[in-house]
Write a protein that binds this ligand. Structure first.
Ligand SMILES: [Zn+2]
Length: 70
């Protein structure tokens, strides 16, 4: 999760709805049938979670692989 830490250090993330700074926190992520806690940035007001690109892209790769198997 070093990429997330770098994103926090480099970027100034704010919620596009509430215009408040996002705060790092543990978020339960479901992935391949398992749930595990991940440190993500989330909005303390509305609960919006910033999903890092590598996490989103990883899910896309899994979906594509599943399609190819059929
Ligand atoms: Zn918000």
């Amino acid at each position: 999760m070093s990429e997330v830490v770098q994103a926090i250090a480099q970027g100034h993330w704010t919620c596009s709805k509430c215009h408040v700074p996002l705060e790092p926190g543990k978020v339960m992520v479901s992935y391949l049938g398992n749930s595990y806690p991940v440190d993500l940035l989330r909005c303390p007001k509305c609960g919006l979670v910033l999903v890092p690109e590598d996490l989103a892209l990883g899910k896309m790769a899994e979906v594509e692989r599943a399609v190819e198997d059929k």
